[in-house]
Structure formats: structure tokens, C-alpha cells
Write a protein that binds this ligand. Structure first.
Ligand code: SAM
Length: 333
């Protein structure tokens, strides 16, 4: 059961599904990941309060073209996107974060309907609450019912809610974190909460020159490195870990064979780390890697195949002027 957080603003409801026992999932997954071979963490654990802020900083980096490219598409085509789904709509968003690009879609929808219900889902309760409050200040005709939850738990809750015709958003190439099976599972779950005629706008980063891809995940300022290593700092803060952040480093490279950026944390020496709350000691060899994230890069055929296999039809795609990024309207078929 979700906990519904009363807020002082009658236009805002927040269902907090991560509040009940926020550390259980993290503790279990960290234990699993550090006792697996090779070692790994799940990307959703990047996004504590500091991690969410570091991601916002990444979006401003000159090397991280993804946000600017998607923003360019939405600035140019938001009205077309809004009009591609009939009637007055409810707006849903998975992994909404700061929802800054969402504003362009909200504004387009509010140009053609008198009021709007926005239903964002994000694992980061702090990002969700602050972005919701900022949006409500900007748009008096907006109401928000938000879900602090993992994607799948959020979709299960959304499935119980009656909605108008729905336009759902999955922006920022969040889909890139999933391998093929997970992407199918996610889109199937998304499709099952949409009715025929509803649509999903899927932002997907495209395959391109590996040098440009690798630069995007290895910025000169080291913000992506801080974002990656913050997982270790989070384990220190929340689980009593003893990671020495100077004894680990960020690694990111393009694996052309599988078409994905792979992100790791590398141990720079032989060392043991204790995690007090898990009563766990972990040995790291010099050069050993912890896999923290993948970012799969798409081509248009791959997007169309994924859509068809999960009950959608890819009806239209829009691109930025340099064709680095795609926004794809998948109609619930
Ligand atoms: C790469 S950021 C993108 C944020 C925003 N959509 C954008 O395009 O700038 C990923 C967002 O998804 C959220 N997120 C990551 N994994 C999640 C999960 N498993 N369930 C729910 N939200 C998740 C994060 O908290 C973060 O806000």
C-alpha cells in the first residue's frame, strides 16, 4: 500500500512507496551486487538527493549533448506531439527527475485544454517533491498526483487510477539503462496501463561516433565521475560503509559490439571494505570493476522492433538538428 502524503497544496498529492522502508531494497541489492561476480550496482541507486542534483549538473555539461538535443526537439515540436494524441489528456511521466523538459509538453497541453493532471513517477522522493512544487507555482491550471516509486511499482499504482486519454513520457533516454529483456518488460508494463489510443513519447539516444559518446560520459570537469562514485558515498552514509573514495575511480567506454556505453567503478588497489549494517567485508583486487550502469544506444529499426514487440506502433519520430537524439511517439495499438 502506498502512503499518501498530505501536502498543504490541494493541487498536490504524493504517494510515497519508497518511504515505508527506504533502506531495505538498497541493503539487499548492495549485498547481492557486492557478493556477485562480477560485482555490480543497480543504476536506480544513483539517485539519492545528492545524486539527483549531480545528474542536473551533468545535464549542463558541454559534453552531455543528450539533454540539449532532446530539449531542442521538444521546443520545436511540443505542439505537434501534443496534437498527435486526440482530445484532452492526462500527462504521465516515468523517471521525471527535475521535469524541466516536461515543462515544454505541459505548456503545449495547456494551450489546448483548460486544465491538466500530471502524474509523475520517480524513485527520488526529493526530486519528485521539489519538481512538483516548482511546476505548481508556474502553472495554476495544473494538478499533480505523484508517485515516489520504482518504475514497476509506480506503473502498478497508475494502473489502478482512472485517467483521461493519456500521453506518457519516458524522456532523457532512461530506456538506455535497460538491456533488451528489461526494455521489453518495461514497455509491456507501460502498455498494460495504457488504453488503445493512448501514447508514449520515448526519448532514445542514437548510435553515433564513439568519440562523441565516450566524451559524454567522461566529462573534463569530473561531474559524471562524482555522480558514479556517489553510489559508494551513499553506501557509506546509509549503510555504514567504509569505502575510501580516493581508492576507486570512474571508468566509462563504448562497447561497439553491443552498442552501449558501459560504466564502472574501478578499485585502484587491493583493498578490503567493511559495510557495517550488512555485517559484510568485501575484497577488491587492484583493477577490479563494479558495473554501475549501461547506456544502450539505439537505431530507428531497433526502436520500431521494440515498439511492435510490446504492443505499440511507432507512429512518428522527431530528431534534433544534428540527428543525435530521437523522440518517438509510440501509439498503444
Ligand atoms: C537520467 S535521469 C532523467 C531525468 C529526466 N527524465 C530527464 O530527462 O532529464 C533518470 C531519472 O529516473 C529516475 N529513476 C532511475 N531509475 C528509476 C527507477 N528504477 N524507478 C523510478 N525512477 C527511476 C531517477 O531518479 C531520475 O530522476
Amino acid at each position: 500500500m502506498a502512503q499518501t502524503q498530505p501536502t498543504r497544496d490541494p493541487r498536490l498529492f504524493i504517494h510515497n512507496l519508497v518511504k515505508r522502508d527506504p533502506l531495505t531494497g538498497l541493503a539487499e541489492d548492495v549485498r547481492k551486487g557486492l557478493t556477485a561476480y562480477p560485482k555490480r550496482f543497480l543504476p536506480k541507486y544513483f539517485y539519492d538527493q545528492l545524486g539527483s542534483q549531480l545528474f542536473e549538473a551533468i545535464c549542463l555539461l558541454p559534453e552531455y549533448y543528450l539533454t540539449r538535443a532532446e530539449n531542442e526537439i521538444l521546443e520545436r515540436y511540443a505542439d505537434e506531439i501534443a496534437a498527435a494524441v486526440d482530445g484532452d489528456k492526462t500527462l504521465v511521466e516515468m523517471g521525471s527527475g527535475s521535469a524541466s523538459k516536461t515543462r515544454l509538453i505541459i505548456e503545449a497541453l495547456l494551450r489546448s485544454q483548460s486544465e491538466l493532471m500530471f502524474m509523475p513517477v520517480d524513485i527520488s522522493a526529493t526530486a519528485l517533491e521539489s519538481s512538483s512544487r516548482i511546476l505548481l507555482q508556474s502553472y495554476p491550471r495544473l494538478r499533480i498526483e505523484a508517485f515516489a516509486a520504482d518504475y514497476f511499482a509506480g506503473l502498478a499504482e497508475l494502473g489502478k487510477k482512472s485517467r483521461r486519454r493519456t500521453l506518457a513520457l519516458f524522456l532523457g533516454s532512461n530506456i538506455s539503462n535497460f538491456d533488451a529483456d528489461e526494455a521489453h518488460r518495461f514497455l509491456h508494463a507501460m502498455r498494460s496501463v495504457l488504453k488503445e489510443g493512448d501514447a508514449l513519447l520515448l526519448g532514445a539516444d542514437l548510435k553515433k561516433d564513439p568519440a562523441m559518446l565516450e566524451a559524454a560520459y567522461n566529462d573534463a570537469l569530473g561531474v559524471t565521475s562524482a555522480f558514479n562514485l556517489n553510489v559508494l558515498a551513499r553506501i557509506n552514509r546509509e549503510l555504514g560503509g567504509t569505502f575510501d573514495l580516493h581508492a576507486f575511480r570512474h571508468r566509462a567506454f563504448y562497447n561497439e559490439g553491443v552498442g552501449r556505453i558501459e560504466i564502472y567503478i574501478e578499485s585502484v588497489l587491493n583493498q578490503r571494505v567493511r559495510i557495517e549494517n550488512l555485517d559484510l567485508e568485501v575484497q577488491f583486487e587492484k583493477g577490479e570493476l563494479i558495473h554501475t550502469e549501461n547506456s544502450y544506444k539505439y537505431d530507428m529499426a531497433g526502436i520500431a522492433r521494440l515498439a511492435t514487440a510490446t504492443g505499440f506502433a511507432c507512429s512518428r519520430s522527431w530528431f534534433d538538428s544534428q540527428e543525435r537524439f530521437s523522440s518517438n511517439l509510440l501509439l498503444a495499438a
